[in-house]
Design a protein around this ligand. Structure first.
Ligand code: NAD
Ligand code: ZN
Ligand code: ZN
Length: 353
């Protein structure tokens, strides 16, 4: 078994007050409890959820001071006495679900994201924007040794979430799915998972650069919400019979697309809500929802099995999302670009700089 030198202090990005900014500073390295592992985080993806957490714009309180981040890929360097199926030196990932009770009715059925006692990485417990992070051994992602830790990091939230959302949509190979917010982190992943699952993708986002990226990743059509006179008609026209896509994945951080989706989804289709714009509401006409038999549902990250399946798609080389890597010290700049909607694909931070 490998042996690791663990420092007493480490670099981290800390939210000291709601609204931010993050403060880059040295903090102590924690020790894992009996059922926990300590992961030396090498890379972490930056999810829009981390920005929501810093801004405090959701109706759910965060820990303060808070180390954000929940797409952390690294190496296990210490573990508690009860951890028997993971070894020092193994690759592992800190994901949104840091831990859950494993005893409630949801956990009993592997619906652990719904656990009332769930611990959330980078939200209710410290996450991956530090060099050494703690997570419950039962829940860490088991990352195969062949995986590149930098490229795999965004799978740990964005990948798992969109893969689960696509399964929840009920869309079958050969059918059409509209991906709203397709140029962003979750969206780029969603295009690739959907393509790998044999679905046709209609990508919706704003601007030329995102359009180019969506097509490169595999979308058969791109609808630019900033540059269309009739978005609903354009989305329907992107299906061969003009009746609209079989499913819609809503990933945007804006309320408007949540009001539009039932207008273009196909009859008997599903609208899956995943993006979490602050203070937003859904709206759908009752008449259409009934007589066109539309399903509207939410989808929230994924369980341990979804995690391993999402990683398996990555390992097989089907998921190649554009990432840009910067130092952990530059996290605030990433948040600024994210706020302005300028990010194509995913930013990843390297914890060594
Ligand atoms: P992102 O900022 O990378 O991407 C959002 C994209 O939406 C951007 O490309 C933006 O241009 C686009 N967009 C904005 N307005 C639009 C519109 N009107 N129509 C189409 N596209 C539009 O964000 P992300 O990291 O991909 O996260 C997206 C959302 O998903 C966030 O709210 C995040 O908190 C949430 N999320 C939810 C879950 C879950 O389990 N349900 C998991 C992870 C993230
Ligand atoms: Zn996330
Ligand atoms: Zn539980």
């Amino acid at each position: 078994m490998a042996k690791f030198e663990i420092p007493s202090e480490q670099w981290a990005q800390v939210v000291e007050k709601s609204g931010g900014p993050v403060v880059y500073k040295k903090i102590p390295v924690q020790k894992p409890g009996p059922d926990e592992v300590l992961i030396n985080i090498k890379y972490s993806g930056v999810c829009h959820t981390d920005l929501h957490a810093m801004m405090g714009d959701w109706p759910l309180a965060t820990k303060l001071h808070l180390v954000g981040g929940h797409e952390g890929a690294g190496v296990i360097v210490a573990k508690g006495d009860l951890v028997t199926d993971l070894e020092l030196g193994d690759y592992a990932g800190v994901k949104w679900l840091n831990g859950s009770c494993l005893a409630c009715s949801f956990c009993m059925q592997a619906d652990e994201p719904l656990c009332p006692h769930a611990l959330l990485s980078g939200y209710t417990v410290d996450g991956s924007f530090q060099q050494y992070a703690i997570a419950k051994a039962a829940h860490v992602a088991r990352i195969p040794k062949e995986c590149d830790l930098e490229a795999v990091a965004p799978v740990l939230c964005a990948g798992i979430t969109v893969y689960k959302g696509l399964k929840e949509s009920g869309a079958r190979p050969g059918q059409y799915v509209a991906i709203v917010g397709a140029g962003g982190g979750l969206g780029s992943m969603a295009i690739q998972y959907a393509s790998a699952m044999g679905l046709h993708v209609i990508a919706i986002d704003g601007g030329e650069e995102k359009g180019k990226s969506c097509r490169t990743l595999g979308a058969s059509a791109y609808v630019d919400f900033l540059n269309t006179s009739d978005l609903v008609q354009e989305v329907k026209n992107a299906t061969p019979d003009g009746l609209g896509p079989h499913a819609v994945l809503l990933l945007a951080v804006q309320e408007k697309p949540f009001q539009q989706a039932t207008e273009y989804v196909r009859s008997r289709g599903a609208v899956v809500c995943i993006g979490l714009p602050a203070k937003a509401y859904l709206k759908a006409p009752v008449f259409d929802t009934v007589v066109r038999m539309i399903t509207i549902k939410g989808s929230y990250v994924g369980n341990r099995q979804d995690t391993q399946e999402a990683l398996d798609f990555f390992q097989r080389g089907m998921i190649k999302v554009p990432i840009k890597t910067v130092g952990l010290s530059e996290l605030q700049d990433v948040y600024k670009m994210m706020e302005e909607g300028k990010i194509v694909g995913r930013y990843v931070v390297d914890t060594s700089r």
